[in-house]
Design a protein around this ligand. Structure first.
Ligand code: NAD
Length: 264
């Protein structure tokens, strides 16, 4: 096993359970020698995340609700005290009212629009700022996005708008922090069966459609997303920043199904 992350310490935000994309990423990073800290949102998630964090030898498992800026500050102050500096952050956090992840985007309420944007988009900027303060020798930030940012996916609605803003944030943050040798990238994952994923109405239909029509003829696993995160967070990708990297079995490149499917 290679040790691409040996000597690197970082924070993984967004593990809810062992189906979470962040968990697939954490496993890959730990297997490559990274020392990890985790956050959890609320006690119920904390009880589920603790055994997972323990299994990777994490010494820091910290509560964090990104709607509560004091808890975000608490995380970085704890890690600053414990580690002095930090090498990377994985931001795999998103939320929207599931009553608005169905029907028409046009019916999104102002309240849910703002909440979705704060949790799913602006939190990355707030976290980047705090992480960068602990990265005197450079570092690495990644977030998770979805192709509903640039193309209309049924029911994805306001989350697609938030992901578009998140991807734009990645580019602006990459510029802001590039001269500090802090790289900022996003992974655009294909559909994965997770808690957040199941919040989108008819998620199963979208999952099956993308599985059928993607060039690879399948969806992706959290381990595959983890492999791409390892690349983006390690020195293998040292020349890459401001990028949205698709890990979606190629679904994003198609404009119509494979001809064999149409002829069948
Ligand atoms: P998940 O439910 O396992 O993870 C979502 C995480 O967001 C949870 O850990 C939850 O606690 C956290 N979260 C939500 N609101 C929060 C808040 N206020 N403060 C702190 N944490 C909060 O689902 P997932 O699919 O692994 O989602 C991770 C990321 O991947 C999200 O950004 C999601 O949009 C993105 N993504 C998911 C898919 C998919 O199909 N599942 C595809 C592409 C991108």
């Amino acid at each position: 096993m290679s040790q691409l992350m040996a000597g690197k310490r970082g924070l993984v935000m967004g593990v809810a359970n062992d189906h979470s994309i962040a968990w697939g990423i954490a496993k890959r990073l730990a297997a490559n020698g990274a020392e990890l800290a985790f956050t959890y949102q609320g006690d119920a998630f904390g009880r589920r995340v603790k055994p997972l964090a323990d299994s990777l030898g994490a010494r820091h498992l910290l509560p964090c609700d990104v709607e509560d800026l004091a808890s975000v500050d608490g995380v970085f102050s704890t890690l600053g005290d414990a580690w002095g500096s930090i090498d990377f952050v994985v931001h795999a956090v998103a939320f929207s009212d599931k009553n608005e992840l169905k029907g028409r985007y046009a019916d999104t309420t102002r309240e849910n629009f703002v909440r979705t944007m704060v949790i799913s988009c602006f939190s990355f900027t707030e976290i980047a700022k705090r992480a960068a303060a602990l990265m005197p020798n450079g570092g690495n930030l990644i977030t998770l996005t979805y192709g509903g940012s640039t193309r209309v996916m049924p029911n994805y609605n306001v989350m697609g708008v938030a992901k578009a803003a998140l991807e734009s944030s990645v580019r602006y943050l990459a510029m802001d922090y590039g001269r500090q040798n802090i790289r900022v990238n996003a992974i655009s994952a294909g559909p994965v069966r997770t808690l957040a994923g199941s919040g989108v109405s008819d998620a199963r239909l979208m999952f099956n459609f993308q599985r059928k029509h993607a060039p690879l003829g399948r969806t992706v696993t959290i381990d595959e997303v983890g492999g791409s995160a390892l690349y983006l967070l390690s020195d293998l990708s040292s020349g890459v920043t401001g990028e949205v990297h698709f890990v979606d079995s190629g679904y994003n490149i198609i404009s119509m199904p494979h001809l064999d499917e149409l002829k069948a």
